[in-house]
Design a binder for this molecule. Structure first.
Ligand code: ZN
Length: 180
């Protein structure tokens, strides 16, 4: 049996079950699972990165933060490397929102290569969602998000030039649509 495919299918099923019932922000209530799957797709198709453990961690990246999934469960099912990448992409929910956002910038330079790729693709996916599936936010709040995401991306360790260009393009698409 192909273990790479098994990892991806099982991570997708695990994330779909844990995110079950959750929807993305925005006028169209898309199932939450579309987001982690899109992050993995961006890494593979737009970043040209086919590291199967990075792709599995991308699919699982919001499960610890936003669902009842435990780190033990993820490391047992998907291995220590996948689990540690997911943990690197998990905010501490005990902190308030401003602190979590500030810490994403502060902690970005220390990310491992795999987690840096996931964070970059996550921000690309979120900027595109704000552009094309806008949440019910003021123009100011949207702009603040884009600025903050840009700071996080800039603080990540160097590398991933391809995805950095994709991010810059997503930001300019936002600006065009927002008439900035
Ligand atoms: Zn995410």
């Amino acid at each position: 049996m192909n273990n790479d495919l098994r990892l991806i299918i099982n991570a997708s099923k695990f994330a779909a079950e844990y995110h079950g019932g959750q929807v993305r922000k925005g006028a169209v209530a898309r199932p939450y699972i579309t987001h982690p799957l899109e992050v993995a797709r961006i890494i593979l198709e737009e970043g040209g990165i086919a590291d199967v453990e990075v792709l599995a961690a991308a699919i699982l990246h919001d499960t610890i933060e936003d669902t009842g999934a435990s780190r033990e469960d993820i490391s047992e099912k998907f291995g220590d490397r996948v689990c540690s990448m997911v943990l690197e992409c998990t905010d501490d929910k005990r902190l308030d929102k401003d602190d979590r956002k500030r810490l994403q910038i502060v902690n970005a330079p220390g990310k491992t290569a795999g987690a840096a790729v996931i964070k970059l693709a996550d921000k690309i996916a979120n900027v595109r969602d704000i552009t094309f599936y806008p949440p019910n936010w003021t123009a100011e709040r949207k702009s603040e998000y884009i600025q903050w995401a840009t700071q996080v991306v800039a603080a990540l360790p160097s590398g991933n030039e391809k995805l950095r260009k994709v991010f810059a393009k997503a930001v300019s698409e936002f600006q065009i649509k927002a008439n900035l």
